[in-house]
Ligand binder design. Structure first.
Ligand SMILES: [Zn+2]
Length: 153
């Protein structure tokens, strides 16, 4: 029967455990002292990793430079007056006017409302270096993942 590399206890249920940098085959109680590196075949880590790469940070969206004219043109296309549009949105006409003149940058909530109402886009995604974001996600790979890869060879 194999025995625990830490306490010497005989056990046929030894766990590959990383303890203070060394990988040892230890019994159940000794495995609590480190990180168990068990190779579980049913793990679905790979699926998880794919998911994280599709994540996009929304806060990188910025207001379009020509947001005022986008609003104005869309409003005029619909033959709405500033007041009609404002009333429709429960906003002040002066607010909409300022936005159209680009005197006021609409905050996201207002921009969203305008976009929906007029069918326009006010917040746009600039060229984001998506590559660096994906690289950051690679750190999700753990020691366990590496053990999995080795185990499936
Ligand atoms: Zn032990």
């Amino acid at each position: 029967m194999p025995s625990c590399q830490l306490c010497g206890k005989d056990s046929d249920n030894l766990k590959k455990t990383k303890i203070e940098g060394a990988v040892l085959r230890v019994c159940n109680s000794c495995s609590d002292m480190g990180d168990v590196m068990e190779q579980k075949k049913e793990k679905k880590k790979q699926k998880k990793r794919k998911k994280t790469t599709s994540r996009r940070p929304r806060e990188t969206e910025v207001l379009a430079n020509d947001y005022g004219s986008r609003v104005k043109e869309a409003r005029e296309d619909r033959e709405l007056s500033i007041k009609e549009l404002a009333d429709d949105m429960n906003e002040k006409a002066s607010l909409i006017r300022k936005v159209e003149r680009e005197d006021l940058k609409p905050e996201k909530a207002l921009a969203k409302k305008l976009s929906k109402k007029l069918g326009i886009t006010l917040y746009v995604n600039p060229q984001v270096s998506e590559h660096s974001i994906e690289e950051g996600d690679e750190r999700d790979a753990t020691v366990e993942d590496i053990a999995d890869i080795k185990g499936s060879e």
